[in-house]
Design a protein. Structure first.
Length: 479
């Protein structure tokens, strides 16, 4: 009987809940209300006043109830600022160090942030950039993630950016007055060598991440991009206009750090030199025809694109060299730093104003900043099957392309039987030198003694006379 009464009570309760639910249902739902307001905190100290507390590079503890506020002018969304937030008010700007990744979801650009500073530390580096954070082994460090909310209080979002308008001349004449502020500089353009090149350049070199900004006079300013920025492989503007970013001081000189490429999107005007540096594609064959026989300058505002046919991994080509092929034409691009482009990468190279010259007879685009090249896809190149006689007859047209010679024997070498040095390929129509650098990982390997098929890059080494030669990428090129 008790069990039956319990069941009845359960049924009654369910009926009441169903009634209550259905009687509260509305055809439309109220949207949650999130107030875009500041917290109930009173600012006691301006950022300019806080900056003045940073005397020397040793962290100074803040032991009073100081409250500051500023608009976030730079966050970590693009990766160009790492665990560093820049805030600014009408009196100055500082860096706030946070041990949080992707903090921009709570503290995005354009949001006002209030900070209770009691318990934090402040310090200036040798260049006068001021940082607010925790102490870490007697140096300024990041505020631990677990206590960030004890100090930072988010306020209104979507606020206008507090740009400080400047020129390169005014910045260079008074660096300290712009330190860590969000500056808007005009009219400026990137130097010819840095216009239309990747923002980040070589990820292994800090200096290759620098691009030089200039005005129509003699003033210049470095623009720095972190190798971890998500726009590192996008190209810099080629025109003249306005650029914005956070102005820092590095080793006594000004340095601009943009938040993302939209900071420079208005740089589309006519350059001071009236040159059009927006790279226009040209074929590798057309570029080769520009060579006059002596050192030549590549056409301005041009780029080439090709499939990588060389292999840096096995070391049979200098690490700064890459060979790319477009259709039936190829060329060597020699960078100023070692690259990591792999066989099959489709690479676009800004060659505007670069040197077109020969190295011991082998045509190359020389001294190209690594940032001028970017991978834009992948592809394949089918080797041209030919005889040695046909290769010799068409050498100028086939230089720097992938060829395959069948039914050949290999002989000679620095140490007969091994790939290292100059060996001789022989088929029914003639002979050809095959060269293997001592630095190649397979230089000490034995080559086959029977007839084989050999695939390689057609190159040249003139010393003192013309010597065409084949460069294999690895022993798998010999079948």
């Amino acid at each position: 009987m008790k069990k039956f009464q319990s069941i009845l009570r359960s049924i009654a309760l369910l009926a009441m809940m169903a009634f209550a639910f259905t009687s509260c249902v509305k055809e439309e739902y109220d949207e949650p209300v999130t107030a875009n307001v500041d917290p109930n905190l009173t600012v006691t100290t301006s950022l300019g006043e806080l900056r003045s507390m940073a005397v020397g590079t040793a962290p100074i503890a803040i032991t009073t109830d100081i409250i500051i506020a500023g608009i976030v002018t730079a966050d970590d969304e693009s990766g160009n600022f790492y665990k560093e937030m820049i805030i600014q008010d009408s009196t100055g700007a500082i860096s706030v160090l946070l041990d949080i990744s992707n903090y921009n979801s709570n503290y995005p650009i354009g949001r006002r942030i209030y900070i209770k500073c009691n318990g934090l530390y402040i310090a200036s580096d040798a260049d006068g950039n001021v940082q607010l954070g925790a102490v870490n082994l007697n140096t300024i460090g990041r505020i631990p993630a677990g206590v960030v909310q004890q100090y930072l209080y988010p306020g209104q979002w979507g606020l206008a950016m507090p740009y400080v308008d400047a020129t390169l001349a005014s910045i260079n004449n008074s660096l300290s007055s712009y330190t860590q502020k969000l500056v808007r500089i005009q009219p400026v353009e990137f130097e010819q060598a840095d216009a239309g090149t990747a923002w980040g350049g070589d990820p292994t070199s800090t200096f290759d991440n620098n691009r030089t900004l200039k005005d129509c006079g003699s003033n210049t300013l470095i623009v720095y991009t972190s190798s971890y920025a998500n726009f590192v492989n996008q190209f810099t503007p080629t025109g003249n206009g306005t650029i914005a970013g956070i102005l820092k001081i590095y080793r006594g000189a000004g340095e601009l750090v943009i938040r993302n490429p939209t900071d420079a999107e208005s740089m589309t005007g006519t350059r001071c030199d009236s040159l059009n540096l927006n790279p226009t594609p040209m074929s590798i064959d057309s570029l080769r025809q520009e060579f006059t026989g002596t050192t030549t300058t590549c056409p301005l505002g041009r780029s080439i694109t090709g499939i990588v046919i060389s292999d840096y991994v096995n070391g049979n080509l200098d690490g700064k060299n890459v060979v790319i092929q477009d259709g039936n034409s190829g060329i060597v691009v020699r960078f100023t730093a070692s690259h990591t482009f792999q066989v099959g990468d489709q690479v676009k190279v800004n060659i505007s104003g670069q040197e077109l010259s020969e190295y011991r007879g082998w045509l190359q685009v020389n001294n190209v900043p690594l940032g001028n090249a970017i991978k834009v896809g992948t592809g394949t190149v089918t080797p041209r099957i030919c005889t040695i006689a046909a290769m010799l007859a068409n050498y100028d047209a086939w230089e720097s392309t992938l060829i395959n010679i069948q039914g050949v024997t290999i002989s000679g070498g620095t140490t007969p039987g091994l790939y290292s040095g100059s060996t001789t390929l022989t088929d029914a129509t003639g002979t050809l030198t095959m060269y293997t650098r001592s630095a190649a990982v397979f230089s000490g390997s034995s080559y086959p003694t029977t007839a084989v098929s050999v695939t390689g890059i057609l190159s040249e080494y003139t010393n003192p006379t013309f010597t065409p030669q084949l460069l294999i990428r690895s022993t798998s090129d010999v079948q």
